[in-house]
Design a protein around this ligand. Structure first.
Ligand code: MG
Length: 356
């Protein structure tokens, strides 16, 4: 097979602020694998969580190219081993994701089937997605919440908290979002602290959020403070999910006694192959599974949407916050992000004039 890649610039409609900083856009690397007249595509979305950057991604791909081009796209097991063997020098999970997703896209196109059909999944059981409200001053939160709900008619919002400015600011942000949403009917509320709380502040905030109708809390404590989750989880009145703390199926084993669920992201697992292992490992440990995203285009969102029938909660919204998404391929129907019927990922490249 032939391996090639190119950069695409993604610009957000609303810059996203979380506890660790603000992102207005990103450079993704789009990977193509070509063989037998079929092109499969995957995406590397950079993130401080995985450590992948456009530069590291391109260096990884260049390092793997010679070996991978001796393979056929159906040899995924061998290709995974090739990349693992090269991992000493390179190998960020988001870059591995781009290759793995491209191989699945290729296989689906070869079979002439959408991936969800190839896997025998039921698209009708996909849950509605949440949309994200970033961590901003309350007046900005009011504006953004109103704009998101007016544009998308979403029924689930995930509010980013864990502000460095403290718990009073978190409460003000959450109240502002709820106030702005009042005009739009009932909303299901989720909160993601992105590791911005201590055990003590989480013990104060979680009961407060429960009283205000929140259904779950994501990543209350920083990655690395998983010992703190033991005490927090034992007394928590809300389900606790982790995101930054979990990457692959291996992490499920040691986190299972201290969380209720995990937020799976393809950029962290290194693609669809490990994502499926993670889902089944989490199920075997009695955990709920959410599928989320980094700052991705519709290409990676489509890959997540094909897996969505296998998980409980959906947070596939990054493409809905882009003003220049280079791809189409998912449908947004009654608050649900649905994979298409086309073969493989079912994605299409937009023509350049439609991306500005
Ligand atoms: Mg998160």
């Amino acid at each position: 097979m032939q391996l090639s890649w190119e950069r695409v610039e993604l610009t957000k409609r609303h810059p996203l602020t979380i506890s660790r900083g603000t992102i207005a856009g990103a450079t993704s690397v789009i990977v193509s694998v070509e063989a037998d007249g079929i092109v499969g595509r995957g995406e590397m979305a950079p993130s401080s969580v995985t450590g992948d950057t456009p530069e590291s991604g391109e260096a990884d791909l260049a390092g793997w190219q010679l070996q991978l081009e001796t393979r056929h796209p159906l040899q995924r097991q061998l290709i995974e081993a090739d990349i693992a063997a090269a991992d000493g020098e390179c190998g960020g999970s988001a870059t591995r994701c781009a290759v793995d997703v491209a191989l699945h896209d290729w296989a689906g196109q070869r079979a002439g089937l959408a991936l969800w059909k190839l896997w025998g999944l039921d698209r009708d059981c996909i849950a509605p997605t949440s949309l994200t409200v970033g961590l901003n001053p309350p007046d900005v939160v009011r504006q953004v919440t109103t704009e998101i709900l007016a544009r998308t008619k979403a029924r689930i919002l995930k509010v980013k908290l864990g502000s460095p400015a403290g718990l009073d600011h978190d409460r003000d942000v959450f109240r502002a979002a709820v106030e702005a949403a009042t005009a739009f009917g009932p909303i299901t509320w989720r909160v993601d602290a992105n590791g911005g709380w201590t055990v003590l502040s989480a013990q104060i905030m979680i009961p407060w959020l429960a009283e205000h109708g929140v259904e779950m809390v994501e990543q209350p404590l920083a990655k690395g403070d998983e010992d703190g989750l033991v005490a927090l989880h034992h007394f928590s009145v809300l389900p606790i999910f982790v995101d930054e703390s979990v990457s692959t199926a291996r992490d499920i084993v040691w986190l299972a006694d201290r969380v209720d669920g995990v937020n799976l992201k393809l950029m962290k697992t290194g693609g669809i192959t490990e994502a499926i292992r993670l889902i089944h490992t989490a199920r075997a440990h009695g955990l709920n599974v959410m599928i989320g995203c980094m700052g991705e285009s519709s290409l990676s969102i489509a890959a997540g949407a094909h897996l969505a029938p296998l998980v409980d909660a959906i947070d596939l919204d990054s493409h809905l916050n882009l003003i220049n998404d280079p791809f189409t391929g998912t449908q947004f129907v009654n608050g649900r992000v649905l994979p298409g019927d086309g073969p493989g990922l079912g994605i299409t490249r937009r023509s350049q004039e439609h991306t500005s």
